[in-house]
Write a protein that binds this ligand. Structure first.
Ligand code: NAD
Ligand code: IPM
Ligand code: MN
Length: 350
């Protein structure tokens, strides 16, 4: 059985996944690792970003680690053949509805953020993003011609009680093991799905999680509060689209988008999908300067959440911290290390 299925993908994806391979060879040499084509690369080979074979291999593995997908090369492919559509298909096919995006400011990077040290130092925030519903999947969607000329683009934001409840439950459970606070972000002031979101979270809290502090916050205010005073948050639960946006903002609090890993989880026992939250970074792809730490830390999350290897996860986390403390920095963090040299620094720290 495959322990870990690697989907390197496009752009900087294969560059950062190569560093995960290096780390895995040093840390967990007996891990059964396989690789499959995905994203634009799969489109080029097979005419589709996600083949039935790759999806079946993902469901059969214990964990899946994706690099990144997309890029200008596939920008004009039909919508359902784009690399990003493959990623949505993978998430929904694996039914990984809860996406954990931890924004953690490593002590040595307290000065690497564009925000002031006192704002980000010690930051430890967990964003729980709903991942298989909302406007990313709602029907109807499409672009249609209007009779009088012009066109109309349609997306549908839709959530059910069950979808909101299961992701909120993950947030409450996580909070209990942390600082016991959940902030739920939505737009209940203007959106029906946002109003339902607030009511369902409120109900669940009353019924089962009254011991956890719950706060509701409108998503626009949450964006502002994230950059004003991010340490007020412990766990933030939010929908698919707001979670996408708020987590990119949170990443910068940690120093760089290249630092933020993620774990997408479904029902207990099902394989998790692990991915750095950044994209394929076409502007730096091929230069060997991408920060591999988001991918390496995604591997760390896979060890912890899917592979039952928390000891190795602890060791890897400590090694990343040690490498950073020793001054290892890729250009996004203000340093000069290449992607490979950063991977080497982590291996050396192991
Ligand atoms: P991006 O995340 O690829 O890049 C945004 C900026 O951050 C760029 O300046 C990039 O150089 C920088 N950056 C990102 N990751 C970095 C890293 N590891 N090290 C150093 N710098 C890093 O977002 P974008 O440019 O808006 O999107 C590019 C493509 O990636 C698009 O096709 C988009 O759809 C796709 N995308 C994919 C994923 C994914 O696969 N999970 C996520 C986001 C975007
Ligand atoms: C992310 C990305 C994806 C998303 C895209 C590439 C589909 O931005 O993982 O954050 O919007 O979910
Ligand atoms: Mn994103």
């Amino acid at each position: 059985m495959t322990d870990l299925l690697l989907l390197p993908g496009d752009g900087i994806g294969p560059e950062v996944i190569a560093e995960v391979r290096k780390v895995a060879a040093a840390l967990t040499p007996n891990l059964a690792i396989e690789e499959a084509p995905f994203g634009g690369k799969s489109f080029d080979l097979h005419g589709t970003p996600l083949t039935d074979e790759t999806l079946a291999a993902a469901k059969a593995a214990k964990a899946v680690l994706m690099g990144a997908v997309g890029g200008p090369k596939w920008a004009s492919a039909p919508r359902d053949k784009r690399p990003e559509a493959g990623l949505l298909g993978l998430r929904s096919g694996m039914q990984v509805f809860a996406n954990l995006r931890p924004a953690l400011c490593f002590q040595p990077l307290a000065d690497a953020s564009t925000l002031k040290r006192e704002v980000v130092e010690g930051l430890d925030l967990m964003i729980v993003r709903e991942l298989t519903g909302g406007v990313y999947f709602g029907q109807p969607r499409g672009i249609e011609d209007l009779p009088g000329g012009g066109r109309r683009g349609i997306d549908t934001q839709v959530y059910t009680t069950a979808e909101i409840e299961r992701v909120s439950r993950v947030a409450f459970e996580l909070a209990r093991g942390r600082r016991n606070k959940v902030t739920s972000a939505e737009k209940s002031n203007v959106m029906e799905s946002g109003l339902l979101w607030r009511e369902v979270v409120e109900d669940l809290h009353k019924r089962e999680y009254a011991d956890v502090t719950l706060e509701h916050m409108l998503a626009d205010n949450a964006a502002m509060q994230l950059v004003k005073n991010p340490k007020q948050f412990d766990v933030m639960v939010t929908d698919n689209l707001f979670g996408d946006i708020l987590s990119d903002a949170a990443a910068q609090l940690t120093g760089s988008l290249g630092m933020l890993p993620s774990a997408a989880l479904g029902v207990p026992g099902a394989p998790g999908l692990y991915e750095p939250i950044h994209g394929s970074a076409p502007d730096i792809a091929g230069q060997g300067i991408a920060n591999p730490l988001a991918a390496i830390l995604s591997f760390e999350m896979a060890l912890r959440w899917s592979l039952e290897r928390s000891d190795e996860a602890d060791r890897l986390f400590a090694a990343v911290e040690k490498a950073l403390a020793g001054g290892a920095r890729t250009p996004d963090l203000g340093g000069k290390l290449t992607t490979a040299a950063m991977g080497d620094a982590v291996v050396a720290a192991l």
